[in-house]
Structures are given as C-alpha cells and as structure tokens.
Design a protein around this ligand. Sequence first.
Ligand code: ADE
Length: 265
Amino acid sequence: MGEVSTATFTLEPIPTHPVRSVLLYIAMEAEAVGVADALGLSAPTLLHAHSSARRRDGVHQGIRIQLVTAGGDRLLAVDRIGTIPAALAVTHALDAHPFDLIINTGTAGSFLSRGAAIGDLLFARTVQFHDCRVPLPKFDALSRAFTQLSCNDAELHAITALLPARLGGFSTGSSFDATPEELAHFSREETLAKEMELGAIAIVARERSVPLIALKSVTDFVDGHEPNHEAFLKNLAFASEQLAIAMPKLLAWLSDPLRRREQFA
Ligand code: ADE
C-alpha cells in the first residue's frame, strides 16, 4: 500500500447540555431489532420515499431517538450494508429533522493480536478508510484522513469504563475480507475495529457539523483463522445482544447532565 500522507479532521464535540435527540444508524436489521426493543421504539416505516432505509422512532430516557437502518435491496432482499446506503440514509434523516448527535452502532471485525473477544464492545476514537488508494498529492491525504470523533478524553474514558468497552481506531472499507496489504496497515495503525459504514457517516457528520460517536460489537477476528464470513454469521446474534444491553447505558450517560458535568469539570 506504501506510505501516504494523511490529514486529521475533528468533528464537533458532543454538546455539554443533556443530549435531547439522537439519530442512531445501524446497517442491518439483525443488529437493530434487539436495540429497538431495548429502547421501546416503534415498528419500522420507510425513512424516505426514494430510499429503502427504514426508521423506528421513540423517546427513551427523555431523548428523542430515530433509529435508521439501511433496509433491504428490492431484488435481493438483503440489507444494504456499506458506505453509500449509510451516507444516503443519514443525509435523508438529517434533511428531515435536526439531531443533537449521531450514534453509529452495529458489528465489526476486531483483532486477536489486540486481545479482542467475540461480543466485546468497541468504542471509536478515530475512523479512517483503509481501502482508498489515491497516489496524488493531497488527494491521498483526503482519502486516508483520520477523523477524530466527538468525545474528548474524559468522555471517552467515562463511556468506556461505563459500558465497559475497548477504545481505539476504527477503519472503514467496502470489503468483508482483507488483503495482505490491508492486514499490514491494520497492524501498523493498531486498528481496533474493521467495519463498513462509520467513515461514510463521519463525512456527513463533518459536512453537517453534527457530533458523531460509534459503538460496535465484535463478530469475528480479522487476523484469525476462521473465515470472517462464517464467524460473522455464527456470532451475529450474540454480538447484537451486547449492543442491546449497552445502548440504554450509553443513552443514560448522554442524558444525565450531572454525571456528564463531572466529566467536563
Ligand atoms: N462487520 C463485522 N465483521 C466485519 C469484518 N470482518 N469486516 C467488515 N465489516 C464487518
């Protein structure tokens, strides 16, 4: 892959006042149903007339929540995972309503070499794309930019202790497997999570100046021996259950001004 220059972008910080509205993006239905139940959200409806994306709404702990999923492909009837449906759906949702915060949750691959276990919760400090190769001055920096998500260090430590979750760098790409060059890149960057949406949502969050945080649960090991897609299918339900347990705790923290003010002090 070779060395390329990179840039670092920083998203808006999460508001210091209690968070009152959250746009929650989850790519797959199987990842979303448990979270929707745990938060007491409505049955899904279409997000937008020209999109397969679906929305579920509700109020949880005083926070207006809109959970958006990618929805199924009309012909193949599988979830439209990946960056483009994620960016489109989040854009549609933000066009319709303002939100204090975007949360991207779902599942991810992680790394045995980083001590990860199936079902571990991973919280993002940064996100980068790992499969963009553009050897042109400044375009390389743009395509490989690190985006610093919205929590400060005190908040990151409070949230990761609360859930509990591991904290680190996320990497977004359009492939489920990884090339040898990508594996070398993950090890150089000490990547914690490999997934398929967060980088795209970070682009929208930066354009719209909306804070963004991300929490994912591990289904498979990028550096393991078991084929990733087999491990993913085997562990999807268990990993998704961990998200349903964690999300009310995360929302409670976001909605509690006293608890959060202690972190800002
Ligand atoms: N989501 C869950 N596991 C993944 C992997 N190994 N790569 C990309 N996205 C994933």
